[in-house]
Design a protein around this ligand. Structure first.
Ligand code: 8YV
Length: 310
């Protein structure tokens, strides 16, 4: 983003590690001098890449999800990792609710119907409904709670599954994802990606969600077994899915693209000018704060931040 490039260039010596073809050459030449990294894109930032930057002190990740960064490895090396929480919470929650509505009431399909002139022939077939549904939230973090608040206003039942029960929320907690999937007819995925949650939503969970079930994923494609999802949609094991994220972005399986009854978005959860600017500014602000000795503004959980300054 120009905002990040300008913000970094104004405060530091900027080395451009993009486009991808340039990265290796830049790292070979400037790697030994690089002390801070602004990280976006799909390339994983692992120990091998950190090896090329022995003086690296801080990785400022663009996004609240930081599964592209090996944060445990960074912590082992004493490297600070920051992300962009809070500034995107409401935006992603808005999108998640929009995607749920679009999926249940088939909004993109209805729009295509009108544009194709089919309304002149006959009315669009009646759709499924959001009424009387119970939504199971997979991952009741900041974004999950913002989604829950919205869906409460819609008059829907809300329950959740996560690592642990939270005392201060009014929603029922399920210690088992499978048990929750049996009891709900919307599964809303907002849990972070990474190894811990890889393919948590598998064929069994989808079977439990059942033939009226709607899956919405605004988190990471890796949380769902995409092959099992395609099969469940093909065999009508579940009703439909609204997906903003995929296993191998930006590549989306042709089987999904060919399905008329799913809604597919190109990972746009936080993608408004307003919110992306706020996220970009937070990337810059984290770098500036660190190198001016104030410490990171939004360090991730794994980061060994103890108040030490640069
Ligand atoms: C960003 C996201 O689009 O914050 C996240 O975790 O998935 C999105 O807001 C993405 O990180 C940009 O690379």
């Amino acid at each position: 983003m120009p905002l990040i490039v300008d913000g970094v260039a104004q405060n530091f010596s900027l080395h451009r590690g993009w486009p991808d073809e340039n990265r290796e050459a830049v790292l070979r030449e400037a790697g030994p001098r690089i002390r801070g990294l602004a990280a976006g894109g799909t390339r994983r930032i692992d120990g091998a890449m950190m090896d090329l930057m022995p003086k690296l002190e801080v990785i400022a990740n663009f996004g609240v999800g930081y599964d592209r960064v090996d944060a445990a490895e960074a912590a082992r090396r004493g490297i600070i990792v920051t992300n962009t929480p809070d500034v995107l919470t409401e935006e992603v929650a808005d999108l998640a609710v929009g995607l749920l509505l679009a999926t249940v009431r088939q909004l993109p399909q209805v729009d295509r119907y009108l544009r194709a002139g089919k309304w002149l022939e006959k009315e669009y077939p009646l759709t499924a409904t959001l009424r009387e549904r119970t939504v199971g939230i997979l991952g009741l973090g900041r974004i999950g709670k913002a989604i829950a608040t919205r869906l409460e206003a819609f008059g829907l039942g809300i329950v959740y599954y996560g690592r642990r029960q939270q005392e201060d929320v009014p929603y029922r907690f399920y210690p088992s994802l499978l048990d929750m999937a049996k009891d709900v007819d919307v599964l809303m995925i907002v849990i972070p990606g990474g190894d811990e949650t890889k393919r948590l939503v598998n064929a069994e969970v989808l079977r439990a969600l059942g033939p009226n079930g709607i899956l919405v994923n605004v988190a990471r494609g890796t949380v769902v077994d995409e092959g099992a999802l395609i099969e469940a949609l093909r065999t009508k094991t579940i009703l439909s899915a609204g997906l903003d994220v995929f296993e191998d972005e930006p590549r989306v399986p042709q089987e999904l693209i060919d399905m008329e009854h799913v809604v597919l978005l190109p990972h746009v959860g936080s993608a408004s000018v307003h919110t992306r600017n706020a996220m970009g500014q937070l990337v810059v602000d984290n770098l500036v704060a660190w190198f001016s000795g104030k410490g990171p503004l939004t360090p991730v959980a794994e980061t060994p931040w103890t108040g030490r300054t640069a």
